[in-house]
Structure formats: structure tokens, C-alpha cells
Write a protein that binds this ligand. Structure first.
Ligand SMILES: NC(=O)c1ccc[n+]([C@@H]2O[C@H](COP(=O)([O-])OP(=O)(O)OC[C@H]3O[C@@H](n4cnc5c(N)ncnc54)[C@H](O)[C@@H]3O)[C@@H](O)[C@H]2O)c1
Length: 266
């Protein structure tokens, strides 16, 4: 790749743009926030963990990247609407919603261990949270003439991955239906909606889980990945930014698998 002779004046792909990143204080969310800011954009982090919001925004500030954070529980549609209104007021626009809040959220994997409350938590955060945030951002995107929404599915919603349980599989498969149906509804408003479906990225808690596995189990995971290595977090960040950016301007309603080939769609 040729180097720009004057990086100071190089065009920045997100200059003037604003992204709301839910789960923005988490492993992938914060890495995406950093990269979006480095691309010239401004970010608002929504996360339910107040300490993580503080440390997340402080870590971006320490890099000279100004970030705004709010403690928001994406399950609460009113909280989401009010926070979205504050972002629109503060920044004057919202170009991207990156809906990363989710996960299996510490719930058990096996059927006999899963309580009704576990099921509700996983469905509520992943599906209802993505729905509430999308519904809240669409009016702003409509008014300004377009935008991009990136939802978070998972290899666990694309295949029968044994790493996570049934509620997670159901939620992450449900997000794909949400993504396609929403893409159809808001396409005429120049709003694109696409899903990312990561394989295993060793953020925070997952790194600890992976490190605690036996060599045999770790090798089994690696053997299921044709590229035969664990990814760097940035290998998920760039595909998300591709979907958020104008580089994907004619792409909507798709799911982008980022899994080293562990699941290949037919
Ligand atoms: N890391 C992976 O291997 C992987 C694989 C496939 C899919 N994903 C998906 O990517 C997304 C981000 O994953 P991650 O690895 O960064 O996880 P993470 O646990 O590091 O971050 C998730 C963040 O979401 C926040 N959150 C949880 N409940 C919330 C709520 N009700 N409202 C607002 N915020 C809430 C948490 O506080 C946390 O900061 C998730 O949707 C996850 O399912 C991750």
C-alpha cells in the first residue's frame, strides 16, 4: 500500500461524523471507538457499566481522543431515547449506530443450568437493546438524510457453536432478522443496516477463559479455524468500520462473518 506523502492533510474517513457505540466501554466497543476517533470522528459511548464508562472515556482522553460517555441500559427504551436526544443535541448529528452491547452476559451455557431470568437477560440486552437503540436513532438519521447501523450477531447465531448457549444462539440469530427487516424499512431513507458476526475474539473475560483452557481444548478451537490462529481485536474493528463508513455505501441487509473461516455461509 502506498504511503500518503503528507499524513497531516490525509483525508479522514470519519471527519465530521458522529457514532453512538453501545457496549462502548467493552472490549470490542472501546476498540471501535478508538479507531473511529482516529479516523477523524467523534463518539458517544453508551454502556451499562458506569466505572467502565469512566475508565473508557478517560483512556480515550489520554490518547488525545475526546470521547463522551453515558451510563445507559439499552434494555430501557426511555433511557435510550433520552440519551440519544442528548447526543443529537450535543453533536448536532448521528451518522452511525454501532450496537455492540450484548453477549451471553455471564449466563450458563448448558440447558439444565439456564434459568428463565438468564434467558430474559440475554434476549433483552441483545435483541431488545439493539431494537431500542435502532428505533431511537432512525429519526435523527432520517432528518439528516442517512446513516449506518451496525448490529452485532455472532458465530453463535450463524452456526451451532458449542462455546455459548441456546439463549445466545437465539438472540444472535434474531438480530439477523431484525437487521434485514430494518434494512428494508429504512433503506428509502438512505439508512443502511448491516450485521457483523464475529468468531471468537479474546476480549477481557474471554481471554481469561481461553487462557484457562487445556492445551487440548485450545488446539481444538484452533483446529476449527481454517486460518489456524486467534485474531487480533483490530481484525474485527476494521470490518465494523467498513460497514459504518461510506466504503460500504451500496451494502445493506447483509451479515459479514469475521471468523477466520470457522463458519462459512453456503
Ligand atoms: N468477543 C467475542 O468473541 C465476540 C464474538 C461474537 C460476538 N460478539 C459480540 O460483540 C459484542 C461486544 O462483545 P465484547 O467481546 O466486546 O464484550 P464485552 O463484554 O467486552 O463488552 C460488552 C459491553 O456491553 C455492556 N453491556 C452489557 N449489558 C448492557 C446493557 N444492558 N446496556 C448497555 N451496555 C451493556 C457491558 O458493560 C460491556 O461493556 C457483543 O454483542 C458480543 O455478543 C463478541
Amino acid at each position: 500500500m502506498s504511503e500518503n506523502p503528507n499524513p497531516e492533510t490525509a483525508p479522514q474517513r470519519f471527519t465530521g461524523q458522529v457514532a453512538v457505540i453501545t457496549g462502548g466501554a467493552g472490549g470490542l466497543g472501546l476498540a471501535i471507538a478508538e479507531a473511529f476517533c482516529n479516523g477523524g470522528g467523534r463518539v458517544a459511548l453508551f454502556d451499562a457499566n458506569p466505572e467502565a464508562v469512566t475508565t473508557g472515556t478517560q483512556s480515550l482522553d489520554a490518547m488525545g481522543l475526546s470521547a463522551y460517555g453515558e451510563c445507559v441500559d439499552v434494555r430501557d427504551s426511555r433511557q435510550v431515547q433520552e440519551a440519544m436526544a442528548r447526543v443529537a443535541e450535543r453533536f448536532g448529528r448521528i451518522d452511525s449506530l454501532i450496537a455492540a452491547a450484548g453477549g451471553s452476559l455471564g449466563t450458563p451455557r448448558d440447558l439444565e443450568d439456564i434459568s428463565p431470568e438468564d434467558l430474559d437477560l440475554v434476549i433483552d440486552v441483545n435483541i431488545k437493546g439493539t431494537y431500542h437503540c435502532s428505533a431511537a436513532v432512525v429519526p435523527y438519521m432520517r432528518t439528516q438524510g442517512g446513516g449506518s447501523i451496525v448490529t452485532f450477531s455472532s458465530i453463535g447465531g450463524r452456526s451451532t457453536s458449542p462455546v455459548t448457549g441456546i439463549p445466545y444462539a437465539a438472540a444472535k440469530a434474531g438480530i439477523l432478522g431484525l437487521t434485514r427487516r430494518l434494512a428494508r424499512e429504512v433503506g428509502p431513507d438512505n439508512i443502511r443496516v448491516n450485521a457483523i458476526a464475529p468468531g471468537l475474539f479474546l476480549t477481557g473475560r474471554l481471554q481469561g477463559m481461553f487462557d484457562a483452557m487445556s492445551d487440548k481444548d485450545r488446539n481444538e478451537v484452533l483446529d476449527s479455524i481454517p486460518l489456524h490462529r486467534m485474531p487480533d481485536i483490530n481484525e474485527c474493528v476494521e470490518p465494523v468500520l467498513f460497514l459504518a463508513s461510506d466504503a460500504s455505501s451500496y451494502i445493506t441487509g447483509v451479515v459479514l462473518d469475521v471468523n477466520g473461516g470457522r463458519f462459512m455461509a453456503g
